[in-house]
Design a protein around this ligand. Structure first.
Ligand SMILES: *[C@@H]1O[C@H](CO)[C@@H](O)[C@H](O)[C@H]1NC(C)=O
Ligand SMILES: *[C@@H]1O[C@H](CO)[C@@H](O)[C@H](O)[C@H]1NC(C)=O
Ligand SMILES: *[C@@H]1O[C@H](CO)[C@@H](O)[C@H](O)[C@H]1NC(C)=O
Ligand SMILES: *[C@@H]1O[C@H](CO)[C@@H](O)[C@H](O)[C@H]1NC(C)=O
Length: 441
């Protein structure tokens, strides 16, 4: 998605102009009402980020993103073993694949962005005018009457990595692999749906190298010290929910609902677990997995939460395909294959990162996969959340994979493909995560 087709420039500008008109009067923005925002998949036909050449199908895009997941899992795993310094916009938190975006406005008068939504990040950052290496959509701070740069003495400046006192104020550099970022710690009004959040602290990007940057900024929904949740505590009380639309969805049918108001009350909860080493992540206790009716025999250590090593299970909105540590994945895959083999004869092949693919039609034959969480609650995945079909529709794969094969790989990640068409409620004050089936299509 970082490769924007030049022809899209015009369309993008048009969208932005339309958006500015809506943004200046949020009440009339059809996509955003109250504290509820529409969520769009980046490959949604109405997305400015969708691939333009040879209209590619969802599935093709998804296969491409599957490769990006590797980088993200490396990132998530690198987090769990380390001490958290939870900055705004650490590079580790920036290098992500943005899968879902929401509309947000920044400044007065408001300037519109499609920001990537990411539950495993605390970062909030926006490409700013003059930024070298950013996309064409940037924030013009000089056009905002409410913009200010935070001074070095500001307490927030202590929470960014290696801050320096530039003439202008609090500035910082971040490097990650071959990428690096230079930003100014800034404040301005952030408008989400019809809520104005004044004095919102974010990283104003001045220079970016590397190519994994969501082009219009990042809205981190993690729960660390300087996160969106902590900055909007009085407004949203660290409570939000989303329903992610399917990859096949063709309109803004998903929603991000901020604050306790309007959240479903008929929803089942599992406790959220806290890992002091990685305060942003939303850990839960995954106790078992069933394929069909059979409860898999998975060694307890593969699922157990361990703050010391970071092991356990998280819900993440930024990873596409669920990854399980090897003993759990192998058990699941073997049982899945066994069930299929009893119903249809067909060779098993691999495709991209997937190791359980079939060329025979088997969608109707796939067993339900159920995650059993503490509570107890069961999250049963319909076929759409379990199978992925190749572009031509001739290959169907089990849409899960083993965690990357290295010693730091201790995390089970419940990813967005498996969460689609469920409402996931993050209730931080009560330390619980709600799950219910909801067709947001
Ligand atoms: C939010 O700010 C905009 C101007 O930026 C203003 O028009 C609007 O009335 C404000 N909304 C609320 C709910 O205060
Ligand atoms: C940050 O990066 C910029 C440009 O890349 C450079 O001019 C500046 O000296 C760097 N600052 C620090 C503290 O490394
Ligand atoms: C979006 O999808 C929903 C659910 O399928 C449907 O009810 C609605 O009419 C669609 N909206 C548009 C604008 O296509
Ligand atoms: C969850 O699944 C298990 C195993 O299939 C079953 O025994 C249990 O009754 C289910 N619990 C709920 C709340 O549905």
């Amino acid at each position: 998605m970082e490769k924007l087709h030049p022809l899209l420039g015009f369309i993008l500008l048009t969208l932005i102009c339309l958006n500015t008109a809506q943004g200046s009067n949020p009440r009339f923005d059809p996509w955003n009402q109250g504290s509820t925002l529409s969520i769009m998949h980046v490959d949604d036909p109405s997305s400015p980020f969708k691939p333009t050449k040879s209209p590619s199908l969802w599935e093709k895009a998804l296969f491409e993103v599957g490769a990006k997941d590797e980088a993200r899992l490396g990132y998530l795993n690198s987090l769990v073993g380390k001490r958290s310094w939870v900055p705004i916009a650490s590079a580790r938190q920036i290098i992500q694949s943005a899968t879902y975006v929401v509309r947000a406005n920044v400044g007065t008068p408001p300037q519109p962005f499609l920001m990537a939504m990411d539950t495993s990040n605390d970062a909030a950052w926006i490409p700013c005018s003059g930024c070298v290496g950013c996309s064409s959509t940037v924030f013009y701070s000089s056009k905002s009457t409410t913009y200010k740069i935070l001074p070095c003495q500001a307490p927030q400046c202590q929470q960014v990595p290696n801050p320096t006192c530039a003439v202008a104020g609090c500035s910082f550099n971040v490097t990650y692999g071959s990428s690096s970022f230079q930003a100014t710690l800034s404040q301005d009004t952030l408008t989400l749906a019809s809520d104005n959040i004044t004095g919102y602290s974010f990283a104003c990007l001045n220079k970016v190298t590397g190519n994994s940057v969501p082009p219009q900024g990042l809205l981190g929904l993690g729960r660390g010290p300087i996160s969106f949740l902590s900055q909007t505590q009085n407004l949203y009380h660290s409570t939000f929910s989303y329903c992610l639309p399917s990859f096949k969805s063709s309109n803004f049918s998903g929603t991000l609902r901020l604050g306790p108001t309007g959240q479903p009350f008929r929803i089942k909860f599992t406790p959220l677990l806290k890992n002091p080493r990685r305060s942003s992540l939303y850990y839960v206790n995954l106790m078992g997995i069933s394929v069909g009716r059979r409860l898999l025999n998975i060694p307890a250590a593969a699922l157990a939460f361990d703050p010391a090593t970071g092991a356990g299970t998280i819900f993440d909105s930024g990873t596409v395909i669920t990854r399980l540590v090897a003993p759990a994945y192998v058990a699941l895959r073997n049982e899945f294959r066994r069930v299929i083999s009893k119903r249809v004869s067909g060779e098993i092949s691999t495709l991209g990162g997937f190791d359980t693919c079939y060329t025979v039609p088997m969608a109707a034959l796939a067993p339900t996969i159920t995650f059993h969480f503490a509570g107890p609650i069961n999250m049963s995945l319909p076929t759409d959340n379990v199978l992925i079909h190749s572009t031509a529709g001739t290959i169907t794969c089990l849409a899960m994979a083993s965690a990357p094969d290295n010693i730091n790989s201790v995390l089970n990640v419940i990813a967005n493909m498996q969460q689609q068409n469920h409402r996931i409620l993050f209730d931080v004050p009560n330390s619980r995560l709600g799950i219910s089936r909801e067709p947001c299509t």
